[in-house]
Ligand binder design. Structure first.
Ligand SMILES: Nc1ncnc2c1ncn2[C@@H]1O[C@H](COP(=O)(O)OP(=O)(O)OP(=O)(O)O)[C@@H](O)[C@H]1O
Ligand SMILES: [Mg+2]
Length: 455
């Protein structure tokens, strides 16, 4: 890899701070990225299809610590460069793809908070997307010498054929009226609606005159609408990145879990049939989440048959055209290049300012290998943290030599928190189990799908 000349201080600091905290940098991943060339080109083709009005879904599957989150963030950055709007969120027990107790709306709201564009890579870009829609309509109205309302209504017509499209269009029209009359309250109400932050229909009707709100039952339809809308606003489409899908695997309640898998199947089918326009999904999860036939995606027959991997692609042969994208663990060579990249970023791209020679990196690797074995490159988070800490000490203590420091570098094996025992599977039978029974600690809420189950 050819190292870039200089790295902007803003990027440098952000990358170093993230790595030191053990989290994946949100921007500037290209400065440290290693490997994944084939995977990236497969995804670039996906994103081009989305930008062309198509759709895509990928399951990014890799072992604990193998680089799933890093890869999703990288894809997100590429999407922003390609003028897509990108949103990302981690699944948690309180944020799910399907729910009846508010968790799907919570996921949607989180995605909207993290909505990013190239100009606003840190999120919070929803209002600016709407603003761009309005201003471009105003420009068009001027050149055609028609009223802005006419242009806006024409553009929004494209949405009305979709589920929920009528109210969505009404909300955008309300934003425009607010824009036109200098009514900040109305604009804020429209944005609040789009962010999925109204919890009652009455409130939304009073503020905006619409009958519906974003809720658990329509969160996915809203994403489809938003994808279309981003295109009407001049962007290329919408990329939705969901991480930590293992949280679905961990759902103790079979009904709740299957409902989530059914929703994933719906998304997959929409993508394969081309009914979603300008919309891409990237879902990050561990092999258990995919392959486990009791709790994973494979426990849901229709998904298993659609996601079954190409049986010809074994050993060193790969096939990146199916929806499942397998990420191999990083290799020792990858990690060596990664450490060099980090050294380069740390020096802000100035080779004369390197704090450690290549031989120091080798010695560091050997030290880690001795301490924690293969884990040093297979689950590199801690190795990376230790390396950045080492660089920080070398930087702030110019008199100190690296060999003297190496011996005191502490690096620990990471343990996968997802391997903790799962809560007991709820009893399935002809009667509904008492929700109290499935929550031995007396806490309700985790399996509220049961309490709100409709007969
Ligand atoms: N291709 C890569 N290039 C450079 N650094 C990488 C790459 N892949 C992963 N990393 C680094 O390795 C560490 C672990 O990666 P990451 O957090 O993405 O793993 P993960 O698979 O999401 O882990 P988990 O299973 O815990 O969610 C991070 O510090 C990340 O910055
Ligand atoms: Mg991760």
């Amino acid at each position: 890899m050819i190292l870039p000349e200089r790295i902007r201080p803003k990027h440098r600091d952000a990358i170093i701070q993230s790595l030191r905290a053990g989290v994946v940098p949100r921007t500037g991943q290209q400065h440290i990225q290693v490997g994944r060339a084939a995977e990236v080109s497969a995804i670039v083709r996906d994103l081009e299809r989305v930008a062309d009005g198509g759709s895509t879904i990928r399951f990014v599957i890799g072992e604990y610590g193998s680089g799933k989150t890093f890869f999703l963030h990288l894809v997100r950055s590429i999407a922003l460069e390609k003028h897509l709007v990108a949103a990302h969120a981690d699944l948690t027990p309180e944020r799910r793809i399907h729910a009846t107790g508010g968790q799907a709306r919570a996921l949607y709201a989180e995605l909207m908070r993290n909505l990013a564009t190239r100009a606003r890579p840190d999120g919070g870009a929803l209002q600016s997307v709407v603003e761009r829609f309005v201003t471009s309509a105003l420009t068009e109205a001027k050149t055609r010498t028609v009223s802005a309302e006419v242009v806006i209504r024409e553009r929004l017509d494209a949405l009305s054929e979709l589920v929920g499209g009528y109210d969505f269009a009404e909300v955008i029209a309300a934003y425009w009226r607010g824009h036109d009359h200098g009514d900040e309250v109305l604009k804020a109400a429209a944005v609040r609606w789009l962010r999925g932050e109204y919890s009652t229909k009455t409130e939304a009707r009073h503020a905006l005159g619409v009958r519906t709100i974003v809720d658990d039952s329509n969160a996915y339809d809203q994403l489809k609408l938003l994808a279309r809308f981003t295109r009407l606003a001049g962007f290329s489409g919408l990329l939705v990145c969901l991480d930590e899908l293992v949280n679905l695997y961990k759902l103790a309640n079979t009904q709740a879990r299957n409902a989530n898998y059914e929703q994933i199947l719906r998304i997959l089918n929409d993508t394969l049939q081309g009914t979603a326009v300008g919309l891409g999904f990237m879902l990050g999860g561990t092999p258990d989440f995919l392959l486990d036939t009791r709790r994973g995606l494979y426990s849901y027959q229709a998904l298993q048959s659609r996601l079954a991997e190409n049986t010809f692609a074994t050993g060193t042969l790969v096939d990146h055209s199916g929806p499942v994208l397998r990420l191999a663990n990083l290799s020792p060579e990858d990690l060596f290049v990664l450490l060099k990249n980090i050294r380069h970023v740390y020096a802000a791209g100035d080779t004369a300012a390197y704090l450690l020679p290549d031989e120091g990196i080798h010695a560091f690797r050997e030290h880690c290998a001795k301490r924690i074995g293969e884990a040093y490159f297979r689950t590199p988070r801690n190795t990376i943290k230790a390396f950045v800490n080492l660089l920080a000490v070398l930087e702030q203590n110019p008199g100190v030599s690296w060999p003297a420091l190496l011996g005191s570098v502490d690096v620990k094996v990471e343990s996968n928190p997802d391997l903790a025992p799962l809560p007991e599977e709820s009893v399935e039978g002809t009667h509904l189990p008492d929700p109290q029974l499935s929550a031995p600690d007396g806490k309700l809420g985790q399996d509220d799908d049961l309490t709100t189950f409709k007969l």
